[in-house]
Design a protein around this ligand. Structure first.
Ligand code: PBG
Length: 342
């Protein structure tokens, strides 16, 4: 054992090997779990976790998602039961994503402001059942759009300023339903400011904005789009979501969102963007969220199912790494399972 080795003056002879004198032995701080716990720099706690949930209409529904094993689309009644369980385990917040039939989708996402829409009803039921759970709602057109884009499409172009009006109305509708935190994921320019203005004008000065400030045009959203059937019908999202090559630009987006009134800023995805999380954390005084997205979830699940990875250990390491990079909170589909083990 390291602490039993005699301290030598200068190099010692051992079986003809030159042993260097070592004053610094970092291994001393790793010698037992007790010592390791004393020097541990980063912790993952249940209250760092946000659980994203998919909701479908109906009752008693729990529909599997092929590319996201152990994740389901829940009907509102089941979702409330699941959220209760998660809250009991110490998870402070859920993020909701509605899966709608094509019949409710159109060019401008009309259904997104329906006061009796699926999302609005679910928020109300959740807040009735669990007033202390923080409910986060996603603001973007894609679950409601017949084009599968986050904004209004015209002649193949995503219209920015016209989309802002829909996003603002959608935010107010979600706040009216009882959402605690509005999370714009659409990446239109100026949306945080426009949403803040609309919320305040409607009297919702206390409703927060968690902005997907640096959201990249990523291949890792594939399984999520399966879950919501929200794949873009044509084109891709590269004219609004960020280029994976860029990091400076993420800081610029964060600064704009700060000025426009964001309360929390987010980097998404997380794993391939740990440098962006670290950079954003060092540049802003706002809390930083990271989204451990569907593709990151699917990769781990797939490898674990093949017996190629120890799922529990790999999940803990992943989430800890995202915290170490600088994320104060993490949206992760592993939230409920992990909360049980923490
Ligand atoms: C859409 C939205 C997406 C995700 C969250 N909100 C997908 C997209 O931009 O196409 C992805 C989440 C995930 O992959 O887990 N506004």
């Amino acid at each position: 054992m390291a602490n039993k080795e005699p301290i030598q003056d200068g190099a010692a002879e051992t079986d003809g090997l030159e042993m260097p004198e070592l004053v610094s032995r970092p291994r001393r701080n790793r010698k037992s779990e007790a010592v390791r716990s004393l020097v541990r720099e980063t912790h993952l706690r249940r209250d760092n976790l946000i659980w994203p949930l998919f909701v479908v209409d109906g009752s008693s529904q729990k529909i599997p998602i092929d590319s996201m094993p152990d994740c389901f689309r829940y009907s509102p009644d089941v979702l409330v039961t699941e959220a209760k369980e998660a809250f009991k385990r110490g998870i402070p917040a859920v993020a909701l994503f509605p899966a709608l039939p094509d019949s409710l989708k159109d060019r401008v996402g009309t259904e997104s402001t329906n006061p009796d829409g699926l999302l609005q009803r679910t928020v109300r039921q959740l807040k009735d059942a669990l007033p202390e759970l923080a409910v986060i709602t996603d603001v973007a057109l894609d679950p409601y759009s017949s084009d599968g884009h986050d904004g209004i499409v015209e002649d193949g172009e995503i219209l920015n300023d016209e989309t802002l009006e829909v996003l603002a109305a959608m935010s107010v509708s979600q706040a009216e339903a009882g959402a605690d935190i509005i999370a714009p994921s659409d990446m239109m320019d100026g949306r945080v400011g426009r949403i803040r203005e609309a919320l305040d004008a409607a009297g919702f000065t206390g409703v927060s904005i968690l902005s997907y400030s640096a959201k990249y045009a990523s291949a890792f959203y594939g399984p999520f789009r399966d879950a919501l059937d929200s794949e873009p019908r044509s084109g891709d999202k590269k004219t609004y979501q960020m280029d994976p090559a860029n990091c400076e630009e993420a800081v610029r987006e964060v600064f704009l969102d700060e000025e426009e009134g964001a309360d929390i800023v987010m980097v998404k995805p997380a794993l391939a963007y740990l440098d962006v999380i670290a950079r954003v954390k060092s540049e802003t005084m706002l809390p930083v969220a990271a989204y451990n997205v569907s593709g990151e979830y699917a990769m781990l699940k797939a490898a674990a199912r093949l017996g190629w990875l120890d799922e529990d250990a790999a999940v803990m390491e992943t989430l800890l790494a995202i915290r170490r990079a600088g994320a104060d909170m993490i949206l992760t589909y592993f939230a409920r399972d992990v909360a049980e083990r923490l």
